[in-house]
Design a protein around this ligand. Sequence first.
Ligand code: FES
Length: 133
Amino acid sequence: MEACGGAFLILSPAPGFPLERPLKWIGTVSKEAVADGGFARLAYPPFDVLVAIVDGEPVAIEDACNHAGASLVEGDRTGDGRCVACPLHGYIFNLRTGALVEPKGLCGPQRAYRAELIGDEIVVFDDFELTLL
Ligand code: FES
């Protein structure tokens, strides 16, 4: 890894690690910290990232609700555990995709991030596009 503006860019991934786009490392959460169905928050200003496990797979979406900014980490699971209900107004977001489930059309989706289980750690990355000017 190579330092780049306070973050890390993975330029040479481990063999077998999928890398079709550049990734920025956001942080890690121990699998145990969310194994009971809870949520963890990773600092990633300005909106931070909610990390959880859904159907055995790690997931990560933007934490600050895009309706009015409440922390979804403080919300409750719903929809068979595959969604989170915002603690402020109850909007429901899909934890895997970040899509707004209900009410439809009142705000956009939460941004979803790449979450990989590596050993006992959930490692979260931000995919981004490189634009060469
Ligand atoms: S702040 Fe989340 S639904 Fe309003």
